[in-house]
Ligand binder design. Structure first.
Ligand code: PLP
Length: 387
């Protein structure tokens, strides 16, 4: 038996395993010390009540002969696609339901979308960034070029004319840096893609964390993006769906004369059988006024945590990025990031994520997250101030 050579090119993904191992070793040695994790990359608040009610009601429907449902449409039920189109209409973006594909979350489609493009293409990926883009492209046998996100560009790299890529990944708000593109910078990427014929894959998984009304929450707020961009989004961080699993991908019918939309529909019909009916009903509940209010309460809770951490770092005069419009804070640690991990754990019993785990451009930086409770975050902020 032979596996694809591409899998050999993957580097071992040891980041969170190594974090867990170091924390376990520390707590074994110091069982009396209270370790606080600001390394959590997952939501911690439970599902909003209206979402749970929608799940219950849909489960009841599935248990009745008259309302039972088997296979659904691969691209999602119309009720959810219409609700997503309505969500975009609220942002001033008009989409047809045929352009919206319901998914089991952003991660799957961010990699699966590569199925419809040629192998061996060149893909531009920001560095540092969510590691799944690079690995999915290695598996697909593509060539990755890195677009350096640096403190000097506010971790918001702009197009470099020397970089020729078939596909460009953009993540805004960015994981791990928390940086968010403004409309003007995003317009430069769209113009670059239109001029070079590249496709933008825009990851908007954290869009609901953008509370600054001046910042774009979708790539389609930039004119022309409907001719060069696919947008991938998720209910995971918006409404606590990391365990429930639901998201969507927008593939405009204007992209390459509709051929990309048609190819993606074909691909999904071959390899995907849709998201469970009950989950789609739960996702629909998120997009009601009540659901969005509940989601925003959760996000406000996390953003308050981010403010607490940012306040403590600010007080200490430590340079950081993010912390507003994002659940992530990206702090300069002034030493190799794994060394800082050990130092922070040892001196303050705080766990974070070494920047080196998000690409070589993350070295010298450290990610703190807003997903712990207020109480723990407050305690961690006090510890940072006392350091
Ligand atoms: N995109 C980014 C930037 C993420 O950080 C994550 C998860 O942490 C995902 C996508 C995955 O989202 P989902 O749960 O919808 O698969």
């Amino acid at each position: 038996m032979k596996i694809s050579e591409n899998f050999r090119a993957l580097t071992p993904n040891y980041l969170f395993a190594e974090v867990a191992a170091r924390v376990a070793a520390f707590t074994a040695e110091h069982p009396q010390k209270n370790v606080i994790s600001l390394g959590i990359g997952d939501v911690t608040l439970p599902l909003p009540e209206c979402v749970v009610q929608a799940l219950r009601a849909a489960a009841e429907e599935m248990g009745e002969q008259a309302s039972f449902r088997g296979y659904g449409p691969e691209q999602g039920y119309d009720f959810l696609r219409e609700a997503i189109a309505g969500y975009y209409a609220g942002k001033g973006v008009k989409l047809n339901t045929g352009e919206i594909f319901v998914s089991d979350g952003a991660k799957s489609d961010l990699g699966n979308i590569l199925d419809i493009f040629p192998r061996g293409m060149t893909v531009a990926v920001p560095d540092p960034v969510y590691p799944a883009y690079v690995d999915a492209n290695i598996i697909s046998g593509n060539k990755t070029v890195f677009v350096k996100a640096l403190p000097e560009n506010g971790f918001l790299p702009l197009p470099d004319k020397s970089v020729k890529a078939d596909v460009i990944y953009i993540c805004s708000p960015n994981n791990p840096t928390g940086a968010v593109y403004d409309a003007e910078k995003l317009r430069l990427w769209v113009e670059h893609a239109l001029a070079t014929g590249a496709l933008i894959i825009y990851d908007a998984a954290y869009e609901r964390f953008i509370t600054d009304k001046a910042l774009p929450t979708t790539v389609y707020s930039v004119p022309g993006a409907e001719y060069c961009a696919i947008e991938v989004c998720s209910f995971s961080k918006t409404a606590g769906f990391t365990g429930l699993r639901c998201g969507w991908t927008v593939v405009p019918e204007t992209l390459a004369g509709g051929s990309v939309n048609a190819a993606w529909l074909r691909r999904q019909c071959v390899k995907f059988n849709g998201v469970p009916y009950v989950v789609q009903r739960a996702a629909q509940a998120v997009l009601t006024p009540e659901g969005l209010r509940a989601a925003d309460e959760h996000i406000a809770y996390y953003l308050e945590n981010a403010r607490l951490i940012a306040g403590a770092l600010g007080e200490k005069g430590i340079r950081f990025f993010g912390g507003e419009n994002s659940p992530y804070i990206w702090m300069e640690c002034g030493m190799p990031s794994w060394e800082f991990f050990d130092k922070l754990l040892d001196s303050a019993q705080i766990v974070g994520t070494p920047g080196a785990g998000f690409g070589s451009g993350g070295e010298g930086f450290f990610r703190l997250t807003a997903f712990n409770s207020h109480e723990n975050t407050l305690a961690a902020a006090e510890r940072i101030k006392r350091l």
